[in-house]
Design a protein around this ligand. Structure first.
Ligand SMILES: [Zn+2]
Length: 171
């Protein structure tokens, strides 16, 4: 996670890049790793967030990171509301894996050599479902949301530590 978690981030003003996030992404960029955001944005499907606002937020996020030498190779998001009981899911809302698989296909990456960093058990479960490695960061929800039981491969204090761990594992 890169942006401070507020229940639904609805405005660019409310969006804050977490301390250390730009530096961490910069280091991953320099090492030649692809850095991709995969996020659930059900506010779109629920009608709280327009696609235009979301696009503006993504543009602002990229600009704030770029100002500190950090680049996102892609931002994927699921705009759908959660499936109701008995409905088929959309396939992209985490812990479903379509966004991760799309990133891996786009650059011919290997899932086993890819890492999903997140603060929620949903992120960890997504990594498990996709077959990539899971890094839990203790910022934000810090894995305390209790939704899924999946265990991470590493637990890191913040995104900076997570990047350091990934760089060691990828060396
Ligand atoms: Zn979706």
């Amino acid at each position: 996670m890169i942006v401070e978690d507020v229940h639904y981030v609805r405005s660019i003003e409310a969006m804050r890049v977490l301390p250390g996030a730009a530096e961490a992404i910069h280091r991953l960029n320099k090492a030649g790793l692809k850095v991709v955001v995969v996020s659930n944005q059900s506010g779109v499907g629920r009608g709280y967030l327009s696609l235009r606002t979301l696009a503006n937020m993504h543009r602002a996020l990229r600009a704030r990171l770029a100002a500190r030498g950090a680049k996102l190779d892609a931002i994927y998001f699921c705009p759908h509301a959660p499936a109701k009981k008995g409905e088929a899911g959309c396939g992209c809302r985490k812990p479903a894996t379509a966004m991760v698989e799309r990133a891996v296909r786009r650059w011919g990456l290997s899932l086993a050599d890819s890492f999903l960093v997140g603060d929620s058990t949903t992120d960890i479960q997504t990594a498990r479902n996709a077959g990539c490695r899971a890094v839990l960061v203790r910022t934000g929800k810090g894995g305390r949301d209790g939704r899924y039981k999946a265990k991470p491969d590493a637990v890191c204090r913040d995104i900076g530590r997570a990047a350091a761990w990934i760089l060691r594992e990828s060396a």
